[in-house]
Design a protein around this ligand. Structure first.
Ligand code: NAD
Length: 501
């Protein structure tokens, strides 16, 4: 059985006898064991990070950027290998796995411009002979704790920005698909990153708690489910760390009566069922406005769902593959039963789906519910599977209210041809990321990513200039260079706060 070890100080490191199962979701079998680390393993990574970080921080930003350029080249050269490894542990289809790598790489591209992003501000003559300038300095050692559903993209969001800013980094990836994060660290080394700047430690709560309690880790970035995000935020900030913690989601797609329904059906099937619904920016809730829109949309959705091909993740024709493990498959199927019990109308049932030759695989067919009510538990909670729920809104006001009042506030989309409606919606909706005729509005790398309400704890987003801000401290210098001698020392001392007036 393949064993997946930590990556510390530029090399593979194994210790301890606790391990977790990594599944092949296509076959429903364990394919590898991942080491579950301890505080002692973290300390080893911290030793490596402490030893390497000062020299890395002192390396000029242009040289740090060159490592990112080289890393980008290497990731592109290894794209097929990375996508296959990712797909074999996560279950997303190869094209989608490449997208996972690509969206992370776009943040690396932003990090290639770090010299520009780190430039400070300068005011000449802020007072008589006085200049004021600012500089962004790295925090020291930062950590990232990442979810299973984007094992390439989210680690790159975090370590790309943190390392380019001059920090050392401890990555604790999901224990469900840990192979790609390790490969990325190896490629960073190959790109010229000094040993000890990027360390990968595997583990579960024990390792996470060690990270949260470690006094030398100055900042923690987390992405995962909301209860854990809240826990990470509370414990990390109680230990005086800077913390950003992004949580779960329940994104709504509002369909106005004037929307192009064929486009909506295409966008919705992709955004609701792609990656088996295991995306924080999936669209699992559709909100048609008015009965006529709802009925027309339902008629178009049913045959489109019937055409979806569920297959092994290496099947180039498959729209989506299995979910990540047996426990998650059961959780999603339990939600389907709960939705029926709560009174939603089951239109397409994906339970009991079996793929010939892969009967033990963790597959779930696409599932579609109509007449879902906001009071239902299955509406309020995140299902994170290939399940689309239709909530009928009577008018625009109700359609704005539903996502605004939902406890999650990650993403939302509106489909319409009416610019005024879109403008009103984007201004008023209480959600962090909004798409207008764009079903999955994950912002490009030079903007930034972050949900609101229970989808995000903390006040700084991922990547872009927000990422630079999160991974650095701002130092502001007020300087004066006297032009000669001061006569009568002490005579001119000022005892009031300087005003530079
Ligand atoms: P998860 O919360 O189970 O795990 C995330 C990380 O937390 C993992 O590294 C895991 O090892 C660790 N962890 C799990 N239980 C823990 C505990 N009790 N104490 C300390 N650490 C613990 O999430 P997941 O199932 O891997 O990922 C799916 C979730 O992530 C979904 O809720 C999804 O919406 C969310 N997500 C959010 C975003 C976003 O940007 N908002 C992006 C991707 C995924």
């Amino acid at each position: 059985m393949r064993e997946i070890d930590h990556f510390i100080g530029g090399e593979s490191f194994s210790s301890g006898d606790r391990s977790g199962d990594v599944f092949d979701p296509n076959q429903g079998q364990v394919q590898a064991k991942v080491r579950l680390g301890t505080a002692a393993d973290l300390e080893r990574a911290m030793d490596a990070a402490r030893a390497a970080q000062p020299a890395w921080a002192a390396t000029n930003p242009q040289r740090r950027a060159r490592v990112m350029f080289k890393f980008k080249e290497l990731v592109e050269a290894h794209m097929d290998e990375l996508a296959h490894a990712l797909s074999s542990e996560h279950g997303k289809v190869i094209a989608d796995a490449k997208g996972d790598v690509q969206r992370g790489l776009e943040v690396i591209e932003f990090a290639c411009g770090i010299p520009q992003a780190l430039k400070g501000e300068y005011t000449i003559g802020a007072g008589p002979g006085i200049d004021v300038y600012s500089m962004r300095q790295p925090l020291g050692i930062g950590a990232g704790i990442t979810p299973f559903n984007f094992p390439a993209m989210i680690p790159m969001w975090m370590f790309g920005m943190a390392i380019a800013c001059g920090n050392a980094f401890i990555l604790k990836p999901s224990e469900r698909d840990p192979t790609v994060p390790i490969r990325l660290a190896e490629l960073m080394k190959e790109a010229g990153l000094p040993d000890g700047i990027l360390n990968v430690v595997h583990g579960d709560k024990e390792m996470v708690d060690a990270i949260l309690d470690h006094p030398d880790i100055k900042a923690v970035s987390f992405v995962g489910s909301s209860d854990i995000a809240q826990y990470i935020y509370s414990r990390g900030t109680a230990n005086n760390k800077r913390v950003q913690a992004f949580g779960g989601a329940k994104n709504h797609g509002i369909v106005m009566p004037d929307a192009d329904l064929d486009q909506v059906v295409n966008d919705l099937t992709g955004a609701a069922f792609g990656s088996a619904g295991e995306r924080c920016m999936a669209l699992p809730v559709v909100v048609p406005v008015g009965e006529e829109t709802a009925n027309a949309l339902r008629e178009k959705l049913i045959p489109a769902i019937a055409k979806l091909r569920v297959g092994v993740s290496t099947d180039p024709e498959a729209h989506y593959g299995p979910v990540v493990n047996a426990a998650h498959k059961k959780r999603v199927e339990d939600y389907i039963q709960m939705a029926i019990d709560e009174g939603s109308k089951l239109v397409v049932d994906g339970r009991g789906f079996k793929l010939q030759g892969h009967e033990k695989g963790f597959f779930i067919g696409p599932t579609f519910f109509d007449h879902v009510k906001p009071t239902m538990r299955t509406y309020k909670e995140e299902i994170f599977g290939p399940v689309l729920q239709m909530v009928r809104a009577k008018d625009f006001e109700e359609a704005v209210r539903l996502p605004s009042e939902h406890e999650y506030g990650n993403g939302v989309a509106i489909f319409t041809r009416n610019g005024h409606a879109a403008r009103e919606f984007t201004a008023r909706v209480n959600v962090g990321m909004v798409g207008v005729n764009v079903p999955i509005p994950v912002p490009v790398s030079y903007h930034s990513f972050g949900g609101w309400k229970r989808s995000g704890f903390g006040d700084t987003n991922q990547y872009g200039m927000e990422g630079v801000k999160f991974w650095t401290k701002n130092k502001i210098v007020t300087q004066r260079w006297p032009d000669g001698f001061v006569d009568g020392a002490g005579d001119k001392a000022a005892f009031h706060i300087p005003t530079f007036a």
